[in-house]
Design a protein around this ligand. Structure first.
Ligand code: ARG
Length: 415
């Protein structure tokens, strides 16, 4: 009896070829596992295709709810964005896939896991590190990293083995989708000076084709998690799907980024993340109202750390657990509603309210009802500025290199 291998199967050309290749090269019986993280596809067709190209078993796992609950919401609560712009859609989906692939491999008595990643990207790192963390006894095979075939050779191999070559193979782009966003790479996008062709986008309208009138939406959060749109309660999956639709229609969520990959190269990445863009904005607006200044400052530092951890494939670590504990705890009063305006490629926060708001009108107002004691400011400023005043008198005057240099008189040019 041959050994079994679990293959992360997308239904695309590479993983279809991999089914055959794994049998031919290593003699494995392939169990194809397709994980639905919201990458809208005809999963029945994918399941059947796996069997057709030679898998002994083909499973489709609907992981959308797990994805939202255990990956997307924690990332949103952390305000996680890699290098300040990328909401980490692909990066978040990989550890979930790893967990499901490992569970399947163990349940099916497989001795190995295969994935379709190449040797140049981040995803191979996320898969390999994750699998090794959860089940080091499983062998990992990445056919595309090993076989060294060009695109043409892959197509030739497919034709030789009666593997259907989809018409979309002519698309110059490499695309990865999930609920939290769509990543587009390759083709014309590899020239960082070239504006992405309109055809590269699939979820968002271009701003000039977006509706001529703005649309207002209200998002309600409970302890840092969005629970309703315009007062209508929705489960997480539906809420994200609806926002991708609505914000995408207004052209919101296009991201164009030169990204630092884990494997040392910079790459040009295009993302579409309408729901993520709007929710991150709204969440931050609510935090600005409900968290104290120190909490906000500290959380901003954690955000960078947490985003890097997700990007770098370190999900299954105690560092994750520890950072998550702070982030989770920080969310207990992040409850309220944020109002946004979607218009011509932009989403703008235009209002926010919370039962736990720290914004106090009687302290902030310049109108009547002002309870801020302005006379107390004098003593406060005296003590706040005391160290600066003390130091300035002893060390600042006459120091022409320091902060005073901009107004230091110029020496006269000698004749
Ligand atoms: N650069 C992004 C990341 O590393 C997106 C990668 C897209 N993945 C893919 N297999 N096409 O998370």
């Amino acid at each position: 009896m041959s050994d079994k291998i679990v293959l992360a199967y997308s239904g695309g050309l590479d993983t279809s070829v991999a089914v055959k290749w794994l049998k031919e090269k290593y003699g494995y019986d392939v169990i194809a596992v397709t994980i639905d993280v919201g990458n809208e596809k005809d999963f029945t067709a994918v399941r059947e295709k796996a069997l057709k190209v030679g898998a002994i078993k083909s499973l489709v796992i609907d992981a959308k709810e797990l994805f939202v609950k255990y990956f997307i919401w924690p990332a949103l609560q952390a305000d996680a964005v890699y290098e300040g712009v990328y909401p980490l859609a692909t990066a978040l989906s990989r550890p979930l896939m790893v967990k499901l692939l490992v569970d399947t491999a163990l349940a099916e008595g497989a001795s190995a896991i295969a994935h379709g990643c190449t040797g140049k990207g981040n995803d191979q790192v996320r898969f390999d590190v994750g699998i090794n963390a959860l089940a080091p006894e499983l062998k990992i095979i990445a056919p595309a990293r090993e076989w060294g075939m060009t695109r043409e050779e892959t197509i030739k191999y497919a034709k030789k083995h009666n593997i259907p070559v989809p018409v979309t193979v002519s698309s110059p782009y490499s695309i990865d989708e999930c609920l939290w966003g769509r990543a587009i790479e390759c083709g014309a996008l590899e020239d960082p000076w070239a504006e992405p062709p309109e055809e590269a986008y699939g979820w968002t309208k271009s701003a000039d084709k977006a509706p001529a009138k703005p649309q207002y939406i209200e998002i309600t959060f409970k302890e840092g998690i969005p629970v309703a749109i315009d007062g209508q309660e929705l489960d997480g999956v539906a809420l994200i799907q609806q926002l991708n639709e609505t914000a995408g229609k207004h052209g919101v969520g296009r991201i164009d980024h030169i990204e630092n990959r884990l494997v040392g190269i910079k790459s040009r990445e295009i993302y579409e993340a309408p729901a993520a863009t709007v929710l991150l904005q709204a969440h931050q607006a609510l935090e600005a109202m409900t968290l104290a200044k120190d909490q906000l400052r500290f959380k901003q530092k954690l955000t960078i750390e947490y985003s890097d951890l997700i990007y770098n494939g370190l999900w299954f670590s105690q560092h994750n657990r520890d950072l998550s504990a702070y982030i989770q705890s920080s969310q207990r009063f992040v409850t309220g509603t944020v109002r946004l305006k979607l218009f011509k490629g932009q989403s703008t926060v235009v209002g926010r309210k919370s039962p736990k708001s720290l914004y106090n009108l009687s302290l902030a107002t310049y109108d009547k009802g002002d309870q801020f004691d302005q006379s107390a400011a004098v003593g406060f400023i005296h003590l706040w500025g005391l160290p600066v005043k003390t130091q300035a008198q002893v060390q600042l005057l006459g120091d022409t290199q320091g902060p005073l240099s901009i107004i230091a008189p110029k020496e006269e040019e000698p004749y």
